[in-house]
Design a protein around this ligand. Sequence first.
Ligand SMILES: Nc1ncnc2c1ncn2[C@@H]1O[C@H](COP(=O)(O)OP(=O)(O)OP(=O)(O)O)[C@@H](O)[C@H]1O
Length: 243
Amino acid sequence: MVEIGAIETRGLRVRRGRAEVLRGLTVSVPRGQVVGLLGPSGSGKTTLMRCVVGVQRVADGTVTVLGQPAGSPRLRRRVGYVTQASSVYDDLTVRENLRYFARVLDAPASDVDRVIDETGLGGQAGQLTGSLSGGQRNRVSLAAALLGAPELLVLDEPTVGLDPVLRSELWGLFHRLADAGTSLFVSSHVMDEAARCDRLLLLRDGEVIADDTPLGLLQATGANDAEAAFLAVIRAREAPERR
Ligand SMILES: Nc1ncnc2c1ncn2[C@@H]1O[C@H](COP(=O)(O)OP(=O)(O)OP(=O)(O)O)[C@@H](O)[C@H]1O
């Protein structure tokens, strides 16, 4: 049997306003890995994630998630999505928020303690969410997305605003989840997070300019880090046009 990837897109085109922001993307995200979606601000990362979770109007092409068309009702509990904005209630405590979302998602009540533990929020569980720092609040949204143990997690810049220790802990969590079989699709505009991914998709101006492992990308470009590799890929693509 052919293994169905976590995410498959074919010729995906999206227009937002007058601009074409995804320009015929064909990408494949394997299961059970942490796949990084890296690219500068405005390159289309959030738009691609919106396509994956089925909330973006698509002009052309297909998006298949866990073998189903993106947005299909059967994917609702199988896919967790964390946007850049907080998706939890400020006037509830961390634990109250998670209990509420566990009920909405029909997740086991025991998941609440599990996700509090996984996201390191034990010390804040009884605190009103509105009184937390921005980074802590992001982790409450992440904890809510972990309820019910979805097979695919789509995380839009989950480490923004976190200190290096928390950032490192969160990447550790992502890999533990992947080791247990979860697929993670994680965006970042911070190139130094590239090395933490199993696989990378580099996006620029709505096009995938590289799809490789971090090591493969460094070897292919001869660069020492992801930022230099990104620039090398861009230069190589633009070189023929200069002639
Ligand atoms: N609601 C909208 N209407 C029109 N254009 C939009 C809208 N939202 C985003 N865009 C445009 O689509 C392009 C891609 O935006 P997108 O948010 O997907 O980029 P991104 O890579 O996620 O950026 P960031 O890292 O800043 O979040 C940008 O040029 C942006 O200006």
